[in-house]
Design a protein around this ligand. Structure first.
Ligand code: SF4
Length: 339
């Protein structure tokens, strides 16, 4: 499935839809002739190769975000951990070519992939709390780079070639779930991923879109949701991340308006009840009805709202599954609804 060309009309129905080039919204589009010819509907040999690789995979979950920094890779990593801890065979494919953070988030920094006659072998994670059947294999460009701090300064065709290799040349074996961490936004790489994967998507496959609640993130997510619509990628749901931060008051230090530290022992003695409470604050200014309202507007399920949680941050930094804290319960509820 091709993504709409950059010069497509705003209400593009998608170059591979049945009405492409003939719909009212195609009027005046410079691509109308080629869209109407059906040329863009011909099977793409690379996509067919991807399809063959994906035959042994149960469900494919694409994790998308409109922009970087909203917690997409954290979500993808913890999603993979959580599914594996439910005794599933899981693959995590990190296609964020320019910012591969999955090796760190899975505790696999410095690991290398091995090549066999059947392709690249994923790096396997020992999943704490997983059952006998559970398995978590990971593939990331991070494993192929000699210097983890080195920048990937490749141009489009080379990046797209690597994405294709990742989608066709990894020997996953049989998987219940493949979680794909995609690059943020709707860049060239992103379009390549969709073009290659689209034909392989089955019932139950689709995108999980991650956003934070402020307008600067949501405006890009709206583009992402429109991209999914135009390319016919089903959206499993939208997740709001970092909506609030909740902390035990006991873990805080207080200061006066000038920034001078307050004597905590004196405060504790004066108002002991405060220290039995949690403090909750909004991290970002919410725009309009927020991510929940945006999900309603786009008619996609709203999967839940994850707080900014130090347990989750610590788990991510140390490459472990989050097993406690405020985010944990909500995260598990979100995974339940995805399953
Ligand atoms: S379907 Fe084709 S002709 Fe119609 S708007 Fe999209 S790109 Fe243009």
């Amino acid at each position: 499935m091709s993504a709409p060309p950059s010069n497509a009309n705003e209400e593009c129905v998608g170059p591979q839809s049945e009405t492409a080039g003939k719909a009212a919204s195609c009027a005046g589009c410079p691509n109308a002739k080629v869209c109407a010819s059906g040329e863009l509907n011909k099977p793409n040999p690379e996509a067919l190769a991807v399809q063959e690789t994906m035959n042994n995979i149960g469900r494919t979950l694409l994790v998308l975000s409109g922009k970087g920094g909203v917690g997409k890779s954290t979500f993808a990593s913890q999603l993979a951990f959580s599914l594996a801890r439910r005794n599933k065979r899981v693959g995590l494919l990190d296609l964020d070519i320019c910012g591969p953070s999955v090796p760190l988030m899975l505790g696999l920094q410095g690991q290398e992939v091995h090549q066999s006659s059947s392709g690249w072998s994923p790096v396997y994670v020992d999943v704490e709390g997983g059952g006998d059947e559970c398995e978590l294999g990971v593939m990331s460009i991070g494993f192929l780079m000699p210097d983890p701090d080195g920048a990937v300064i490749w141009r489009g065709p080379r990046k797209n070639g690597l994405i294709q290799q990742f989608l066709t040349n990894v020997d996953w074996g049989e998987l219940d779930y493949l979680v794909v961490d995609t690059p943020p936004g709707t860049s060239d790489e992103h379009i390549s991923i969709v073009q290659l994967l689209k034909a392989s998507l089955k019932k139950g496959d689709g995108a999980i879109v991650i956003t934070t609640p402020q307008e600067v993130a949501m405006m890009d997510v709206r583009k992402e949701l429109n991209f999914c619509k135009q390319t016919n990628i089903p959206v499993i749901g939208l997740v709001e991340n970092m909506a609030t931060m909740r902390l035990a008051a006991d873990s805080l230090t207080f200061c006066d308006k000038q920034g001078n530290s307050v004597d905590m022992d004196a405060l504790r003695e004066k108002c002991p009840e405060i220290f039995n409470l949690d403090v909750s604050l909004s991290v970002f200014p919410q725009s309009g009805p927020g991510p929940r309202g945006m999900a309603e507007k786009f008619n996609v399920p709203f999967l839940g709202s994850l707080p900014l949680d130090s347990h989750l941050q610590r788990a991510t930094e140390t490459g472990k599954p989050v097993a406690q804290g405020n985010a944990h319960g909500e995260f598990e509820r979100i995974i339940d609804s995805i399953i």
